[in-house]
Ligand binder design. Structure first.
Ligand code: PEP
Ligand code: MG
Length: 587
């Protein structure tokens, strides 16, 4: 009997639709017997262990190199963390000491020590250490595989096209994955910014993460649909559902093709107002996609990735190379580099960020940078130096008041002075902006506007702070409403205050890529939209289909409505009238 259709909703990690067959990727669980060894076998067991370590290290160095070449140094860096695990002398010494004492096979002792490490780490309060569990687990499995001579590399050896379903996919799983045969994936855990999501986007295959129970609901070989755009997974779809998704898939592909034809056309309204349409990137390797989707520059370059999975913060040289490479490739268009936004839900790091009760309200972003001017100034110097190679701009995250802004600008000025003294080239006119993502910043944007060259509204945070809705908590996701009148009022006043002070106002939160909100934002006077490359063509088409006058009328009407739902309804109705086929996508 055919299984009943099951629909799961998770977090969209990489867009697109795949219809395929599920492959349940279970981490290999080896059963290792408790085997006693003789005294004279101890040395041989130690040697076997050391050989397995060397072999594992060689494998990891190879993968690191391959991934760095294929996907860029930042992705390869992940394996740097794995190599650290392998060099952990405490773990190695403990295994050897126990082997000598207990006289049991090396694989048995190793697995036991490994499991104990994982247990201890998972009980710790430190999020950074908890994050290391997957590294330890991953490397541990590799060592074990080499010890017992299992040569399996399941994901690298798939013989047919599958949709991979897993509890989680470690970086080394995704790295060995054959793009040709893995057509999509879905995982129980993970968030929008997890490695898995980043990798999926780089591989350009649909993915949904954070599904919680997908591994329990799917069976090997089940028919499955992955809708990475909406974060939906359908297991054993009915004929009707299948048909719907087949049509959607075709339409998605056709729209994509059609929209890409807009690539070289300007982002201009029917009555000639030019609107800046830029893209968000996480790593330099995202730039080709920005260009392919026809964005005019980069409105948000998140720099947190530099600080991931490493012991020391990145050097000035390293950052300079990355920023200038991006600046050169995007020239003459601009690149807005956002200074380090660590904390909140972002990559807990090695940088002594302690566990916090309310991480989103805690020591993050500019607060962290102002407390660590050494790290901050290194980044600012790198950005300034890179500004000599293209059109760079800089912006600070999480500004909550004018004092922070002044302090940040003072450190920037110090960096400028140092560089002048050193005779290093940089753009003296480089624009400096503030992200507006804290309600206090939005409410004092008239004051802040006098101190910067531009604003970029970070709606991901602005919404969570103004509506008191944790942006990563699924239970209250229904309250996370971009169209809420409170959010619209804040945005409106930021744009007005910016314009009154003669500066431009952009938006780099996800709302800028939400087609439903485009007309309203345009009507409120937003000068720049910055969103993920994949959303660019749709937004461009929308903007090219409307007169500013119409957008203004819609925005005005939206401002009179009482709830987010009413606003959304109005926006969708107008969208349908103006661009009927896009409206279907907006449903
Ligand atoms: C935002 O908050 O809207 C934003 C763009 O920053 P991030 O998502 O990186 O916090
Ligand atoms: Mg933010």
């Amino acid at each position: 009997m055919k299984k009943k259709e099951t629909v799961l909703k998770g977090i969209p990690a990489s867009p697109g639709i795949t219809i395929g067959r599920a492959f349940l990727f279970d981490k290999e669980q080896y059963t290792i017997p408790r085997r006693a060894i003789r005294d004279d076998q101890v040395q041989a067991e130690v040697k076997r262990f050391k050989d397995a370590l060397v072999q594992t290290k060689t494998e990891l160095v190879e993968i690191k190199k391959r991934i760095s070449d294929e996907m860029g140094a930042e992705h390869g860096q992940i394996f740097g963390a794995h190599l650290l695990v392998i060099d952990d002398s405490m773990l190695i010494e403990e295994v050897i000491a126990r082997l000598k004492k207990e006289k049991l096979s090396i694989e048995y002792i190793f697995q036991d020590v490994l499991n104990r490490y994982i247990k201890v780490f998972s009980e710790m309060d430190d999020e950074y250490l908890k994050e290391r569990i997957s590294d330890i687990n991953d490397v541990g499995r590799r060592i074990l595989r080499n010890l017992i001579g299992v040569k399996e590399d399941i994901l690298g050896n798939l013989k047919e096209k599958v949709v991979v379903i897993a509890y989680d996919l470690s970086p080394s799983d995704t790295a060995t994955m054959h793009k040709k045969n893995v057509t999509a994936f879905a995982t129980d855990i993970g968030g929008r910014t997890s490695h898995t999501a980043i990798m999926a986007k780089s591989l350009e295959i649909p993915a949904v993460v954070g599904l919680e129970t997908v591994t329990r609901k799917v069976g090997n070989g089940d028919d499955i649909i992955i809708d990475g755009t909406h974060g939906i997974v359908v297991i054993s779809p009915s004929q009707k559902t299948l048909k719907k998704y087949e049509t959607d898939k075709e339409r998605f592909a056709a729209i994509g093709k059609h929209l890409l034809e807009l690539k070289n056309l300007p982002c201009v309204t029917l009555d000639g107002k030019l609107v800046e349409l830029a893209a968000n990137i996480e790593v330099p390797e995202d730039v080709p996609s920005v260009i392919a989707h026809g964005a005019a520059g980069i409105g948000l370059y998140r720099t947190e990735y530099f600080y991931m999975n490493r012991k020391e913060p990145p050097t000035e040289e390293e950052q300079f190379r990355a920023y200038s490479a991006v600046a050169k490739r995007v020239k003459p268009n601009a690149v807005i580099v956002r200074t380090l936004d660590l904390g909140g839900d972002k990559f807990l790091s090695q940088l002594d960020v302690p566990q916090q009760m309310n991480p989103f309200l805690g020591w993050r972003a500019i607060r962290f940078c102002l407390a660590r001017p050494d790290i901050f100034k290194t980044q600012l110097r790198a950005i300034l130096r890179a500004s000599a190679h293209g059109k760079l701009k800089v912006m600070y995250p999480m500004i909550s008041g004018v004092e922070e802004l002044r302090q940040a600008n003072a450190i920037l000025e110090e960096a400028r002075k140092e560089l002048r003294k050193e005779g290093a080239a940089f753009d003296e006119e480089m624009e400096v902006g503030a992200m507006i993502e804290v309600p206090s910043a939005a409410l004092t944007s008239d004051i802040l506007a006098k101190e910067v060259d531009f604003f970029s509204i970070g709606t991901n945070d602005l919404i969570q702070y103004s509506l008191a809705v944790d942006r990563v908590n699924e239970k209250i996701a229904y309250l996370y409403e971009p169209a809420h009148p409170a959010v619209l009022r804040l945005i409106k006043s930021v744009i007005e205050n910016g314009h009154n002070a003669g500066i431009w106002v952009g938006m780099c939160g996800e709302m800028a890529g939400d087609i439903v909100m485009t007309l309203i934002l345009l009507g409120l006077g937003l000068d720049e939209f910055s969103t993920s490359p994949i959303a660019i063509p749709e937004i461009k088409r929308m903007i090219r289909s409307v007169h500013i006058r119409q957008a203004k009328e819609i925005a005005q009407e939206a401002m009179t409505l009482l709830t987010g739902k009413e606003v959304e309804k109005l926006a969708k109705r107008k969208l349908k009238e103006l661009v009927p086929d896009l409206a279907i996508e907006a449903e």
